[in-house]
Unconditional design. Structure first.
Length: 392
């Protein structure tokens, strides 16, 4: 990759991104450089565009012809370090569908018409699945352009159709739902009804999600060493890698979602005595684990709690706890910058648009708190209504 950081006093964060690479022109080694990009993504997109234009303008330039099958295999071998493990897993997941359709086709021969016809034929499939297939294709084609196997990305103007399936609606319900305190206590009390190590471990995981807002992969990778009871802090520095793996092959990776994800956060006072007791009771190094000290499977935890919340006539997914923390912070008038830091979001817009949910009753209270002020007296409103009705 030909993208790197460059210090800049003018930039708010102290640096900008630069596109920098060498190339040959008439047997002479040349250098290309352009900086000033605010994000890595912008720089990468520009790099692809520039290299594509250069390839078009070189008269003796020859495209190296490889099949789509080969491109997918090379992507997994070479580009794997550019993406999160979850992104690689989600990309690879759709390769069987794509290889069946384009496997033996040369990548430089795959064009817009071919792709659009393929996606049109999938109109009866879920739209989210089709969007993810397009993302998978897009990553492979970007890799091919950088590697000199293609000059343009045929995915650029593709439109995707499909049906809004039940799973998509279900996911949206999760994103909108906030776990109220009563529901939270209900979950904890139900898990406590069965006095066993695994249920206690589930309770610790749920509390970590509710009070600290950790992602499930982060919560299940924590070790006792990450908890500093003296300084009342928790060190988030790794995540559990589990997708597509057997439970015995789970492992912890220090490659988190973003640089902002790695942080030391304060532990709320309510958790300090709970952590103290649990660390003494739990004989294993993993903070949250099964009764043999192994990593918990995230889906097992989710399924267990779903059974409980079903009795409460509500849905559950661990990530809802993260949404809940952000919303609870906002409800208690914590400023957005502090919420961003506690949630470890790279962009404050994520904090604002995704993780803060108000119920209709709260929205109603907000409006009423304004219009119940002296400047909006009820009598004045009624008089205004009477005047309006008399206009006829």
């Amino acid at each position: 990759m030909s993208v790197r950081k460059r210090e800049s006093k003018k930039a708010k964060n102290g640096y900008v991104w630069e596109v920098y690479f060498k190339y040959k022109e008439n047997a002479k080694v040349m250098r290309f450089s352009k900086y000033g990009f605010s994000t890595k993504k912008d720089a990468e997109e520009y790099e692809i565009k520039v290299k594509s234009e250069m390839q078009k303008n070189v008269s003796n330039y020859k495209i190296i012809k490889i099949t789509f099958n080969d491109a997918c295999d090379m992507f997994l071998e070479i580009a794997i370090n550019e993406y999160q493990e979850g992104t690689i897993y989600n990309t690879k997941k759709y390769f069987p569908i794509l290889k069946k359709e384009f496997g033996n086709v040369k990548v430089n021969e795959i064009d817009y018409l071919m792709l659009q016809k393929f996606f049109n034929s999938r109109s009866e499939f879920g739209i989210e699945t089709n969007k993810n297939i397009r993302k998978s294709l897009n990553r492979v084609f970007k890799f091919c352009i950088r590697s000199g196997y293609m000059t343009t990305n045929p995915c650029e103007y593709i439109s995707v159709c499909g049906i809004e399936n039940h799973r998509t609606t279900y996911t949206n319900d999760y994103e909108e739902h906030v776990i109220e305190q009563e529901e939270f206590y209900f979950i904890i009390n139900k898990l406590n009804e069965e006095d066993c190590f695994i249920n206690k471990s589930y309770i610790i995981a749920i509390m970590i999600g509710y009070y600290l807002g950790l992602r499930i992969s982060e919560a299940l990778a924590l070790t006792k060493d990450d908890i500093d009871l003296h300084n009342k802090s928790i060190n988030i520095n790794k995540k559990l890698i589990y997708k597509g793996l057997r439970k015995e092959d789970f492992y912890a990776s220090h490659k988190l979602k973003s640089k902002k994800s790695k942080a030391v956060l304060p532990i709320p006072e309510i958790l300090i005595p709970i952590f103290q007791k649990w660390i003494s009771y739990n004989p294993y190094n993993l903070l949250v684990c099964d009764d043999e000290g192994n990593y918990l499977h995230p889906e097992t935890l989710n399924k267990k709690v779903k059974k409980i919340t079903k009795q409460y006539e509500t849905k559950f997914h661990f990530h809802m706890l993260r949404h809940t923390l952000a919303t609870n912070l906002l409800r208690n008038n914590i400023d957005l910058k502090t919420i961003q830091e506690l949630m470890r979001h790279s962009n404050i817009n994520t904090t604002i648009s995704i993780y803060t949910h108000y119920h209709d009753e709260q929205k109603r209270k907000s409006l009423n708190s304004i219009f119940s002020t002296p400047s909006f007296q009820k009598n004045n409103i009624l008089q205004g209504v009477e005047k309006v009705s008399n206009l006829n």
